[in-house]
Structures are given as C-alpha cells and as structure tokens.
Design a protein around this ligand. Structure first.
Ligand code: NAP
Length: 333
C-alpha cells in the first residue's frame, strides 16, 4: 500500500480508502452486513487504513457496520475513520442541516454507532446555506479543541465556502467528486487546495462502478440503486461511456499490461493534491484490483492519450450534480 500524511496532522493514511456508501444499502439496492464486514476486513488486510463513511449512508447502517468491523478486528488505533456531519433525514428524504445544534447531536450519534470515543476525520458533508458557514466552522473547531475529532474536513464545498470556513477554523481535508469522467474540480477546487496544501480525498473514483470495466450494455440495477437514474447510465450517454471504458482498457493493456480499473485509480492518485482515492467496494473480490494500482505512474503521453479518448467518445459529458441533496437557504420553520 502507498501511504501519505494528512498535512497538519500526524495521520499516515493509505492512498486508497474504503468507501462505505454502498455498504449502507440506501440508494444502492440494499446491503448484506456480513459481506460488508468481510469487505472492510479485506480492505484492512490489503493495508487500507482509511475508511470513509457517513451517518446518512443507510441512515446509520454504514457507520454501525464500520463500528462492528473495526471492533471485531481490534486495533482501533491503527484505523482512521473519516465520517461526516450535516445531513438529516425524515421518512427517507434527506436535507441539509449544518447548524451547531445538529452537529453537536450528530457527533455523539456517530461515536455511538462507530463504537469509539473519537473520530479521526470529521467532514461537513454538504454546505448548508441556511447556516452561516462560520457558525458551522466554529462548531467543528470546538469539537477539535475538545479532542472528539482529530482533523476537520469539508465535502462538496466551493473555494469561496472554504475561504469562509478557514476564516474561523482549521481545515485539513477536502472531499470533492473526482474521477476520469468527472473533472469539474480541475477548474477551481484543485488549484485552490494545491495552493493551500489541503489534503484531498477524491470520492466516486470509479464513477459508481462505470470505470471498473464490468458494466455491460444490458447491466440491470435493482431496488433503489441510484444508477437507475444516474444520467451517465442512460441512453444515449451510457453507450458513449462504455465505449470510452473499452478504449481506456485497450490503452491500459497495450501500454502497461493493466486494466481500466487500475488505470482509472492510478490516474486519480497521480493528480497533485489528491492524497487518497475512495473506492466503494462492497464485496471482498471488488478489492482484488488494489494491488495493480500501486507503485507505478502514468506518463504524460498516456495522460494525453486518455484525454483524447474522452474527447472522441463522449459527445455529451455530464457531471455528478444529480447526487446533490436539495439546497436550503432558510431554516425550515
Ligand atoms: P465508486 O467507488 O466510484 O463506485 C462504487 C461502486 O463500484 C460499488 O458499489 C460497486 O458496484 C462498484 N465496484 C467497486 N469495485 C468494483 C470492482 N472491482 N468491480 C466491479 N464493480 C466494482 O462510487 P462511490 O461508492 O459513490 O464513491 C466512493 C466513496 O466515496 C463512497 O463509498 C463514499 O464513502 C464516498 N462518497 C462521498 C460523497 C460525498 O458527498 N462526500 C458522495 C459519494 C461518495 P456494485 O455495488 O454494483 O458491485
């Protein structure tokens, strides 16, 4: 495994992190607790020591599974738990709430579900415009000063929002969406974090499985799996993205003897500023490709060839915006 230190902390984290949204089941067609625990143990066996989760993933289920998996293994101090705060849910519908009261309540719920007395990296899940960002930030900084959390992070924030946040609080990590197909952060967030030496966790690094090379034209998703409405998985775009994946796989095989999944993860890890790629595996075998990602680099010519493939095959690119929970500008009465 490759490791790196989160700037401003002494946490030496693996550059591939286990993501647990799918493990929570909600929006991914359900979950299997034992299989999920086996997956987390497989990740730990591969040297992955960073686990990203959130209260909203399965409305508590993912955090509970992470807590059980770590407790079963022991060695809590060898694992870095990154969880989140600032979303709430009522009857299955999710809304933003990053108010001080909500954060104070949520941190204790997360600690209980995770079976721990501290959180390594605590991230505001989405900006909440109904609450001044400084209020959210001050509350996060207070939790850090109290020793309940070891590092402060934000997710899905713009540079302006991060500026506001950092005017009153420390900030260690930033979690935006980033993969070969979803590169919007190259315009603003990436230059911003590089200049300020913030550590980036890239989420959706496999583009919800699209970049694994296992998707087929007739692949069907069941239950509430979000890929039934993900615009990349709908015609005519789906065919374009599958063509791109095939061409990327050919390129990876020809130049490096690798597959598209290894190329896609390496591409993310090779971008300056990205310290870890989040990999949303939910079966142990889905982590088999981890070894093939490590200890090599893409050359400039291959990066250019990748860009050319994307330009030639994807006529209607689209980003990950469909995943954003509804914004609120005023506090609900
Ligand atoms: P992802 O990692 O790009 O894709 C996850 C899906 O990829 C899995 O559900 C699985 O699909 C498939 N997969 C993984 N490895 C595979 C393999 N070897 N072969 C075939 N399929 C494979 O997407 P993600 O889970 O959305 O993102 C990763 C993590 O980032 C999340 O788990 C979460 O921790 C974090 N995240 C954060 C935010 C945020 O707002 N901060 C948003 C999204 C995600 P199947 O289930 O079909 O097997």
């Amino acid at each position: 495994m490759e490791y790196t230190v989160i700037a401003g902390t002494d946490m030496n984290v693996s550059r591939i992190a286990q993501g647990t949204w799918a493990i929570g089941g909600w929006m991914w067609g359900g979950t299997d607790e034992r299989e999920s625990i086996r997956t987390i143990h497989a990740a730990l066996d591969k040297g992955i020591n960073l686990i990203d989760t959130a209260p909203v993933y399965g409305f508590g289920v993912a955090e509970e599974i992470v807590g059980k998996a770590i407790e079963e293994r022991g060695h809590r101090d060898k694992v870095f738990i990154a969880t989140k705060v600032g979303l709430e849910w009522h009857n299955g519908s999710v809304s933003r709430n990053a108010s001080p009261d909500r954060i104070r309540n949520e941190v204790h719920d997360s600690l209980r579900r995770l079976r721990t007395d501290y959180i390594d990296i605590y991230q505001v899940h989405w900006p909440d415009l109904a609450v001044p960002i400084e209020e959210t930030a001050r509350t996060m900084q207070a939790l850090w000063q109290e020793g309940l959390i070891r590092a402060i992070g934000v997710s899905n924030y713009t540079p302006e929002q991060m500026n506001q946040f950092m005017s009153v609080s420390k900030l260690h990590t930033v979690q935006p969406p980033y993969n070969l197909f979803e590169r919007q952060i190259e315009r603003d967030v990436l230059p911003y974090v590089r200049e300020r030496h913030l550590s980036v966790f890239a989420y959706g690094s496999l583009c919800r499985g699209l970049l694994t090379g296992t998707m087929r034209p007739d692949t069907k998703f069941t239950g509430d799996d979000l890929r039934q409405s993900d615009p990349k998985f709908q015609p005519p775009r789906y065919t374009q993205y599958l063509n791109a994946v095939q061409k990327l796989d050919d390129l990876a095989q020809k130049r490096y003897g690798k597959h598209v999944i290894e190329l896609a993860e390496r591409w993310v890890l090779d971008q300056p500023g990205i310290i870890a790629a989040l990999w949303g595996a939910r079966h142990p075998a889905e982590l088999d490709a981890v070894a093939g990602v490590l200890d090599w680099h893409l050359d400039a010519d291959t990066r250019a060839a990748i860009d050319q493939i994307l330009q030639q095959t994807i006529a209607n690119p689209i980003g990950p915006e469909f995943m954003a929970p509804p914004e609120r500008h005023t506090v609900a009465a």
